[in-house]
Design a protein around this ligand. Structure first.
Ligand code: SAM
Length: 220
């Protein structure tokens, strides 16, 4: 099935990005999704970061900018929204950064390297429309760019099944109605199935209402 993927990206205007870190990484992560940016998500981002890294769905570039990348690292930023790409590129302050404007629901262009040591997708899957099976196509597109010993990892807010608190339910209802999120039916099991379709080794843990996943050994 074909979905309109623009809505999950179009919201990130310059004004929204100015407020993003405060509202999403600060308030919402703490009080709605109960998964701390500083205590959980940023350390998770750093832990799996390799020398050749692709960040997909960059937002404001908070994670790669705070990851203390070594000088030798080669960073690629990929996003559908040029405003996000511009903001993230400025924030990471690395001349060598490759920037790719692309819809991750489609196979990636050849200029994105095929040998990434790590690929991150933080808070991207819950922005995509469709079922977890539809979203799983993303893993198929990304695994083609992962080194044989590389890791694909990320975080996504789970759907209604996670049992959100009142604040979370309010945000879920508004964001899903507006198409900013498409995650009402996203489950940990669905995510595990979609990942296992593409990777031999999959690990998922849930922190608050957020699934943190890592996947290795792409299968053909
Ligand atoms: C919620 S933000 C996440 C930002 C950051 N990774 C974080 O965790 O704070 C989602 C990002 O994914 C991008 N995005 C949404 N749909 C996309 C798609 N189909 N292809 C590529 N990027 C997409 C948006 O433009 C936005 O920059």
């Amino acid at each position: 099935m074909n979905y309109d993927t623009d809505q999950g990206a179009a919201i990130y205007s310059p004004l929204v990005l100015k407020l993003y870190d405060w509202w999403v990484l600060g308030i919402s992560n703490r009080y709605a999704w109960q998964c701390s940016t500083r205590a959980v998500l940023l350390p998770f981002f750093r832990r799996h970061l390799g020398d050749r890294h692709l960040d997909v769905g960059v937002g404001t570039g908070f994670y790669p900018a705070r990851a203390s990348l070594p000088q030798s690292a080669r960073l690629t930023l990929l996003d559908l929204n040029p405003v996000s790409l511009h903001a993230a590129q400025r924030r990471v302050m690395r001349r060598s950064t490759q920037v790719v404007r692309h819809d991750v629901m489609n196979p990636l262009p050849g200029r994105v390297g095929k040998n990434m040591d790590s690929i991150s997708l933080f808070y991207l899957l819950h922005c995509l429309p469709g079922t977890m099976t539809d979203k799983g196509k993303v893993f198929g597109h990304l695994k083609a760019h992962l080194a044989p010993d590389g890791v694909l990892y990320g975080a996504t807010i789970l759907g209604d099944e996670a049992g959100h608190n009142a604040f979370g339910r309010k945000l879920m209802a508004i964001y899903n109605r507006k198409g900013i999120f498409g995650n009402q039916h996203d489950t940990r099991e669905g995510l595990a199935l979609a990942l296992k379709h593409h990777f031999a080794k999959v690990d998922i843990r849930v922190e608050g209402k957020v699934a943190l996943f890592e996947a290795r050994e792409p299968v053909a």
